[in-house]
Design a protein around this ligand. Structure first.
Ligand code: IPM
Ligand code: MG
Length: 364
């Protein structure tokens, strides 16, 4: 019998997190009511708000909640009031702690240009029309987790900062396998971005990705240095189908690629491991616009759609949410980040309501 009872950990986080999460939950509720599935949403604290309440950005209770859930939905963390804290206490550590402890090594960042938003992109329309790129970012290795790390005083009394770029071949192999599998379901073109001309770690990356590729003769594998990849993303983004890359390079390339679509406020992400998975918008907590009801909730709503697709085996419902977002954009309403001169600016909550209305129509 199909499982229709799911435990979802909900971490709204900081800044605009609570506002955008509210809209995503509204959309999930429509799906759960309509499809008669039981989504047990359990809210917990992570990030700056968790630090304020518990003195740590990732309290044990939140980690435990995440570990026991089928999926985690997260808003955003961080804000200026926590920036002076020690690294170990900063809100961002919650994300890294969740990624590390849940073993979420594969971060999928789909970069899809909505036709309705082509004018919102800083790039020329003809460059971005129809782009559909999947960035597969390794998420639990590299300088993000490598040791030694830290700032230490050297013998000469001067400080020295150290981070370690490290990948084992097993770590590379598992993310490469994920990327090839994903490429297989798409245009069968995989681009691996590295810096093998300078960094031995990514020379190993290149070797292992090539080895894995021997099991996927149907997928065309290419390698590109990451600096060139950054340039090509702007020069001719349509050449890319799936891009697989390291944690740090993926962080940078995905923000860059996000702008192709007009606004980082549109992009969802899925972080997958062996057991559970985490879904979050790729934008941050945007403290400057928090609490003003002007943030764009669409990336979080689209993250909830990814959750239905990848964790709850409900791909058709994920499609419906994505279609409801497209319909909403067609209506001509926009949050301010994706505003165009002839369109109507609406707030966070109104945007959620529009998507909800369009979803209900599609569900009939
Ligand atoms: C992201 C973010 C995080 C990262 C930060 C907030 C730790 O930029 O998810 O891309 O660097 O991974
Ligand atoms: Mg980032």
């Amino acid at each position: 019998m199909k499982n229709n009872n799911f435990k979802i950990a909900v971490f709204a986080g900081d800044g605009i997190g609570p506002e955008i999460m509210k809209e995503a939950l509204k959309i999930l509720k429509i799906i759960s009511d309509h499809k008669n599935i039981d989504l047990q949403l359990q809210e917990g604290l992570v990030g700056g708000i968790a630090y304020d309440n518990y003195g740590t950005p990732l309290p044990d209770s939140s980690l435990e909640l995440a570990l026991q859930s089928d999926a985690v939905l997260l808003g955003a963390v961080g804000g200026p009031q926590w920036e002076s804290l020690d690294y170990s206490l900063r809100p961002e550590r919650a994300l890294l702690g969740l990624r590390g402890n849940l073993g979420l090594y594969a971060n999928l960042r789909p970069i899809v240009a909505f036709d309705e938003l082509l004018d919102a992109s800083p790039l020329k329309k003809n460059l971005i029309q129809g782009i559909d790129i999947m960035i597969v970012r390794e998420l639990t290795g590299d300088v993000y987790f490598g040791k030694p790390r830290g700032v230490k005083k050297g013998k000469n009394g001067k400080r020295k900062g150290v981070n370690t770029m490290v990948y084992s071949e097993d770590e590379i192999r598992r993310i490469a396998i994920r990327a090839f599998e994903i490429a297989r379901t798409r245009q069968k073109n995989l681009l691996s971005a590295d810096k093998a001309n300078v960094l031995e770690t990514t020379e190993l990356w290149r070797d292992v990705v090539t080895e894995v590729g021997q099991n996927y003769p149907d997928v065309t594998l290419k390698h590109m240095y990451v600096d060139n990849c950054a340039m090509q993303l702007i020069r001719n983004p349509a050449q890319f189908d799936v891009i697989v890359t390291t944690n740090l390079f993926g962080d940078i390339l995905s923000d860059e690629a996000a702008m192709l679509t007009g606004s980082i406020g549109m992009l969802p992400s899925a972080s997958l491991g062996e057991k559970t998975a985490l879904y979050e918008p790729i934008h941050g907590s945007a403290p400057d616009i928090a609490g003003k009801n002007i943030a764009n909730p669409l990336a979080t709503i689209l993250s909830a759609a990814l959750m239905l697709r990848y964790s709850l085996s409900m791909p058709r419902d994920a499609d419906l949410i994505e279609n409801a977002v497209t319909e909403t954009l067609k209506e001509g309403v926009r949050t301010q980040d994706i505003h165009q001169p002839d369109k109507k600016i609406i707030g966070t909550e109104e945007m959620g309501n529009h998507v909800a209305k369009n979803l209900r129509k599609l569900l009939i």
